[in-house]
Each structure stands twice: as structure tokens, then as C-alpha cells.
Write a protein that binds this ligand. Structure first.
Ligand SMILES: Cc1cc2nc3c(=O)[nH]c(=O)nc-3n(C[C@H](O)[C@H](O)[C@H](O)COP(=O)(O)O)c2cc1C
Length: 165
């Protein structure tokens, strides 16, 4: 059972959240790879066509985590563009995670929902994700650890279910 973490992060916050999740996966004895999404240039929320330096190969993963920041009151379009360039997500459990800089939970939840909708549109099985408030390079580390633990707990439940099925 291999787990892939695909994360877009412009200023490092979502990457830090990804590393926290990775640390928790490691503690749980689960194998994972992290891949940072690298677009060409510096995309802005209004950038239409986003090109990537490399498209991650996701074929070997049964479970994926897909993370990105909230931009302009929704999920960053960078990760959405990437999802449609990946191989099909068919048969994969996909857990979204986001970071956001405004303390407005409904916006973060909307970003998670939007990401889930795109995951489903790419034939993936969208799972419950996590959002982490992250302002100007500071965040509540304890809350971030708890969020990472929650997502890893859900992943473990899925692995148990897959092994039993
Ligand atoms: C262009 C841009 C737009 C943003 N728009 C929002 C927003 O609408 N709501 C919000 O909560 N945070 C917003 N933020 C803050 C980011 O979501 C937050 O800083 C996030 O943690 C950045 O993640 P990163 O360091 O992984 O790029 C915005 C940041 C940028 C750069």
C-alpha cells in the first residue's frame, strides 16, 4: 500500500502541513512519497493556463493526499489544473488538505469541497480532508499536528477496509 502526497505550496505553509502529515504517516509505519507541484512561472489566482515543469506519476499509489492553499476565497487553481493532467484517479482514495490565511472556516471548507468535486470529476474517491489556518508563516503547531493525526487516522481506516475487502 503506497501513499502519495502531492502538494502545491507557494510560500511553504501547505508544504509544512504536508510534512506534518508525512511525519504522522511515518509514525504509523506507512510508506509515502511527497511530491511538490512545480508550475512554470509564478501563477496568480487569475492565471488561466497553468503549465507544469513535471507531472507527477501517480500510478503506484492506492491512496493520495492532495494539498494546496486557499486563493481568492477558494482552492488555488494550480492544484485543480494539475488534477486534470494526472493519470485517472479511478480506484484511488484521495484526501484533500488546504491551508488558509483568513480565519474564516466556511471559506476553507468551501475550498475543500471544491477540491473534492474536482477529485470526483477526475474519477477519484474523495475523502474527508483537513484545513489549517496559517497566517504569515505562523500557525498553531498543536492544531496542525491534530489535523494531521485526524487525516492519518482516516487513511488507516481506509487501509483496514481495503485489506478486508
Ligand atoms: C494570491 C493569494 C490569494 C489568497 N487568498 C486567500 C483567501 O481568499 N482566503 C484565505 O483564507 N487565504 C488566502 N490567501 C492566504 C493563503 O491561503 C495562505 O497564506 C496559505 O497558507 C498559503 O499557502 P502556501 O504557503 O502553501 O502557498 C491567499 C494567498 C495568496 C498568495
Amino acid at each position: 500500500m503506497k501513499i502519495g502526497i502531492i502538494v502545491y505550496s507557494q510560500s511553504g505553509h501547505t508544504a509544512a502541513f504536508a510534512r506534518e502529515i508525512a511525519g504522522q504517516l511515518g509514525k504509523a509505519g506507512l510508506e509515502y512519497d511527497i511530491e511538490l507541484v512545480r508550475p512554470q512561472g509564478i501563477p496568480k489566482p487569475w492565471t488561466g493556463k497553468i503549465q507544469f515543469r513535471k507531472i507527477p506519476d501517480i500510478t503506484e499509489y492506492d491512496i493520495l493526499l492532495v494539498g494546496a492553499p486557499v486563493w481568492a476565497f477558494n482552492i488555488s487553481k494550480v492544484i485543480v489544473s494539475l488534477l486534470y493532467k494526472l493519470d485517472s484517479l479511478k480506484g484511488k482514495k484521495v484526501f484533500p488538505f488546504v491551508t488558509h490565511g483568513l480565519p474564516v472556516k466556511p471559506i476553507a471548507q468551501r475550498a475543500l469541497r471544491t477540491l473534492c468535486n474536482h477529485i470526483e470529476a477526475c474519477s477519484g474517491d474523495a475523502m474527508e480532508g483537513e484545513a489549517q489556518f496559517y497566517l504569515l508563516s505562523t500557525t498553531n503547531k498543536e492544531k496542525m499536528r491534530e489535523a494531521a493525526q485526524r487525516i492519518v487516522q482516516r487513511i488507516r481506516q481506509q487501509i483496514t477496509a481495503l485489506n478486508m475487502g
